[in-house]
Ligand binder design. Structure first.
Ligand SMILES: [Fe+2]
Ligand SMILES: [Fe+2]
Length: 209
């Protein structure tokens, strides 16, 4: 079969090569070695930026009632963490904690934990997974929720951080007058976090809540 190379998508680096088979079962060992080498370089240069684009895509989305959209809430959360002198990882986690809030609402904490889980501490993986439940404490008039549901995790080593994160950087981070940093402020931080050697945290992510 002759393939029409004009239909190929461009390589990230013009010095790289395409594999010339389509079905995985037809790839040779040399093809796989080529792909793995190019994949490593590709992720190193692209992963953080592609994660950021998930958030950036929501910049101009409309709101459903809060005075700011999810994008501005995320920027405010990260800006508050930054101005509090938090470590870089905590700022990045604040920036991306709700990145799935609209597309994956019920499991948006797990969404963020899965996105960041290989690159951040267990304390932040746990916080991301459970932050929405901790939010209930701050919504005394929200019908149908138990404000104190978080108490089932009292004594967990990550309880206090999750409570603090939600209290300081989440529940009050929807202020249309707050002077947020632009997303560009956080770009190098996000790149740094995703450049860390990944840790296999799949076992934590499979733990039931
Ligand atoms: Fe959230
Ligand atoms: Fe949030």
């Amino acid at each position: 079969m002759t393939l029409d190379t004009s239909r190929y998508d461009r390589l990230a680096d013009p010095a790289w090569r395409y594999v010339d088979q389509i079905a995985l079962e037809d790839l040779s060992r040399a093809d796989w070695l080529l792909l793995e080498a190019q994949r490593s370089a590709y992720l190193a240069s692209q992963q953080g930026d592609q994660a950021l684009r998930l958030l950036r895509a929501s910049e101009h989305d409309p709101c459903f009632g809060y005075m700011v959209n999810n994008y501005r809430h995320s920027l405010q959360s990260a800006t508050m963490a930054l101005r509090d002198g938090r470590e870089e990882e905590d700022v990045v986690v604040a920036l991306l904690h709700d990145v799935g809030f609209i597309a994956c609402p019920l499991l948006h904490g797990d969404f963020a934990a899965t996105l960041l889980g290989a690159y951040v501490s267990e304390r932040n993986v746990w916080m991301l997974r459970h932050h929405a439940t901790f939010q209930n404490l701050h919504a005394p008039n929200l019908p149908g929720v138990n404000r104190h549901e978080r108490e089932r995790w009292r004594g967990n080593p990550h309880f206090d951080w999750t409570a603090e994160f939600v209290a300081r950087y989440d529940q009050a981070a929807s202020d249309p007058h707050y002077p947020c940093e632009p997303l560009e402020t956080f770009v190098p931080m996000v790149r740094n976090i995703f450049a860390r050697p990944p840790v296999d945290r799949r076992s934590i992510l499979k733990e039931t809540a």
